[in-house]
Design a protein around this ligand. Structure first.
Ligand SMILES: NC(=O)C1=CN([C@@H]2O[C@H](COP(=O)(O)OP(=O)(O)OC[C@H]3O[C@@H](n4cnc5c(N)ncnc54)[C@H](O)[C@@H]3O)[C@@H](O)[C@H]2O)C=CC1
Ligand SMILES: O=C(O)C(=O)CO
Length: 386
């Protein structure tokens, strides 16, 4: 990073030094840190993705904690640097933490925070938006209109797919996958097939209750099925949305062979992580199957797309914006700041990282706890009894 480093400083005389590698939305996160005796330094460099060297420069000789971003490579080098500077806490401003080597953090005794829950609905809504946009060819139609090509209504113009009565497939029915499934089932009366390592009992109960309601109103009830294999989902579903974590088990989960198992006119949505799909194989599949459509929020080597993808009409691409609602982004910033603050202050870890609402209430002081520390067990951190 070119020196001098561009930094915005809040509360210069604060006892604890916390660095945020990016400006983040809202002011609540800043106020909470400042009120708790933190000198906050926010990196305001224009460069979008900071390198490891950049972040080492930011950490400096004394640093109690860092709030970082999913674009950064948090591994051995950064955790050892943070630890040498006296740091005990790092939080990603993201729920996904595949950019973090948690074993390295454990080695240096650094707590690793993430921001679950606050982005569930926002991310699911983007997945639903991409599903609709792909099914109804909205981006193609918009381009056609702007190009001045519309010269009157035609029976064949931009004919797409009706969702009602079709089957939606979800791979990874955790917080976001389940929220997306509920939106598609309740909103569009689709049937669900899902694959996850764990049963999603709450989701199943919700759909069963909705089916009972529909039946009682004389409508065709929706159905659900938990698939024994992922391939079952690929073969049966008309729209498939990917929502697993990215780890060794989900890298290239959707590859050439699996794409071939999907229906020729299926729609594939990815709002999880780019490497869950073999993107080069996807480009080939899209070329060979013009009726197959995708909606992608994430890419294998962000910020780049694999050659050919940008030219394909049957692909909708957006720049990793699934969690980009004002409320969610401000909430993510708050959770990330409180993860770091909680560890610095010696607070325990919140008892249920799936229920972080108390930290997001603007009208109340947040609980004296870190909302979500992923390596709490490994570090033997105490849990809040609240
Ligand atoms: N595009 C974006 O802006 C965003 C992306 N994400 C991504 O979405 C992911 C999921 O987030 P949440 O739903 O909050 O996490 P979660 O932990 O609630 O859900 C993940 C689910 O994936 C399942 N899973 C893990 N390995 C699997 C496998 N091999 N096959 C099938 N299922 C598997 C887990 O059992 C779990 O139910 C995050 O890890 C992150 O990478 C999250 C928020 C925004
Ligand atoms: O939270 C995440 O994992 C993201 O990808 C950004 O919201």
């Amino acid at each position: 990073m070119a020196k001098p480093v561009s930094i915005e400083v809040w509360n210069p005389s604060g006892k604890y030094r916390v660095v945020s590698t990016k400006p983040m939305p809202g002011t609540r996160w800043i106020n909470l840190l400042v009120q708790n005796d933190v000198r906050l330094e926010i990196c305001t460099e224009k460069k979008t993705i900071l390198s490891v060297e950049d972040i080492i420069a930011l950490i400096g000789d004394k640093c109690d904690g860092v709030i970082g971003q999913l674009t950064e490579d948090w591994g051995e080098q950064l955790f050892s640097t943070l630890s040498k500077a006296g740091g005990k806490a790092f939080s990603n401003m993201a729920v996904g933490y595949n950019n973090v080597d948690v074993d390295a953090a454990n080695k240096y005794g650094v707590a690793v925070g993430n921001t679950p829950g606050v982005l569930t609905e926002t991310t699911a809504e983007l997945a639903a938006s991409l599903s609709l946009a792909a099914a109804r060819r909205i981006v193609e139609a918009d381009e056609f209109m702007r190009a001045g090509l519309y010269d009157g209504w035609l029976p064949h113009l931009f004919v797409g797919n009706l969702l009602k009565g079709q089957t939606v497939g979800v791979i990874g029915a955790g917080r976001i996958g389940s929220a997306y499934a509920r939106m598609m089932v309740e909103g569009f009366k689709m049937n669900l097939i899902y694959y996850d390592l764990y049963q999603s009992t709450r989701l199943e109960k919700f759909i069963t209750a909705y089916a009972t309601f529909l039946k009682a109103s004389g409508e065709t009830p929706v159905t659900w099925k938990r698939a024994a294999t992922m391939d079952e989902v690929l073969q049966e579903a008309d729209i498939i949305s990917l929502h697993p974590v990215l780890d060794k088990t989900t890298y290239h989960l959707v590859n050439k062979e699996r794409l071939a198992k999907m229906k020729k006119e299926a729609i594939l949505i990815n709002c999880s992580r780019g490497p869950v799909i073999d993107e080069a194989a996807l480009v080939e599949h899209l070329k060979q199957n013009p009726m197959f459509r995708v909606g992608l929020d994430v890419f294998e080597e962000e910020p780049y797309m694999k050659p050919g993808l940008a030219e394909l009409k049957n692909a909708i691409v957006v720049p990793h914006i699934a969690s980009a609602s004002k409320w969610t982004r401000e909430g993510m910033a708050t959770l990330a700041a409180l993860n770091v603050l909680g560890k610095i202050k010696g607070y325990p870890v919140w008892f249920d990282a799936n229920r972080v609402e108390p930290f997001l209430n603007e009208n109340a002081q947040p609980p004296a706890a870190s909302p979500s520390i992923v390596n709490a067990k490994a570090l033997g951190l105490p849990t809040s009894k609240l």
